[in-house]
Design a protein around this ligand. Structure first.
Ligand code: G3H
Length: 195
C-alpha cells in the first residue's frame, strides 16, 4: 500500500466507565471525535482522493466513521472486532482482579499469550488478522477504524516490530495515525484531535 491510516473508535461509554469489551455507544467526547475525523483525514491525505474505510462490526467503530464523506466506501469486518475478553467481557480491571485474581496475574506475566477464559489472546488476534493483513497488503488508501488491541497488532506489523510486542504499542484515543511503508522502514505521522 502507499499509506495506511489507523484510528481507534472515539471514546465509548465503556471506556468512560473503565469497562472492557461490550458493544457500547460513543460517549459525548467520542461523538466529537467522530465529527472531527473527516478534517483530520483530509489534512493527512494531502489531496481529495477518497479512502476506503474498514470498521469492525461493533457500534463504536461504525459511529466513529459515520461523518466521513459519502464517496468513501465503507466495509465492516468481523475480523476487526475487539480482542474477545470471554467471561471478562464488560468487566473493569478491578472486577477482573477481584473475581479472577490468578488470571489477572497470569495476564500481567505474559500478556501476549494470555487467553481470556472463553476468549482470546493477543496471539489469537494476530492469527485472525492474517487475512486482513493480506488484503491490506494488496490494497491502496485504506483507513481502518477499529479497537485498541487490534490496532496494536496491525501497527506492530507495519512498523516491523516483533508481534509478541504488540500488547505494548502506543495507540491512543482520538489520534489518527498515517503509516507509509518505504524501502527502509515505515514513515509515521500522528494527528491528535484536540477535544
Ligand atoms: O481488551 C482490549 C483492550 O482494548 C486492550 O487493552 O490489552 O491493554 O488490556 P489491554
Amino acid at each position: 500500500p502507499r499509506s495506511v491510516w489507523l484510528s481507534r473508535h472515539g471514546e465509548s461509554l465503556y471506556n468512560l466507565y473503565g469497562r472492557i469489551g461490550g458493544d457500547a455507544d460513543l460517549s459525548p467526547r467520542g461523538h466529537q471525535y467522530a465529527k472531527k475525523l473527516p478534517d483530520l483525514v483530509r489534512k493527512s491525505v494531502g489531496g481529495d482522493r477518497p479512502l476506503t474505510v474498514w470498521t469492525s462490526t461493533l457500534k463504536r467503530t461504525i459511529q466513529t466513521a459515520r461523518f466521513l464523506p459519502e464517496n468513501y466506501n465503507q466495509l465492516q469486518w468481523k475480523a476487526l472486532d475487539e480482542l474477545d475478553a470471554g467471561v471478562c467481557d464488560g468487566m473493569t480491571y478491578q472486577e477482573i482482579k477481584d473475581v479472577y485474581p490468578e488470571d489477572f496475574v497470569a495476564r500481567d506475566e505474559d500478556k501476549y499469550n494470555y487467553r481470556y477464559r472463553g476468549g482470546e489472546s493477543y496471539r489469537d488476534v494476530v492469527i485472525r488478522l492474517e487475512p486482513i493483513i493480506m488484503e491490506l497488503e494488496r490494497s491502496e488508501d485504506i483507513l481502518i477504524v477499529t479497537h485498541q488491541a487490534i490496532l496494536r497488532c496491525i501497527y506492530a506489523y507495519f512498523m516491523k516490530k516483533d508481534q509478541s510486542r504488540s500488547p505494548w504499542m502506543n495507540v491512543p484515543l482520538h489520534c489518527l495515525i498515517k503509516l507509509t511503508p518505504r524501502a527502509y522502514g515505515t514513515d509515521e505521522e500522528r494527528y491528535q484531535a484536540d477535544i
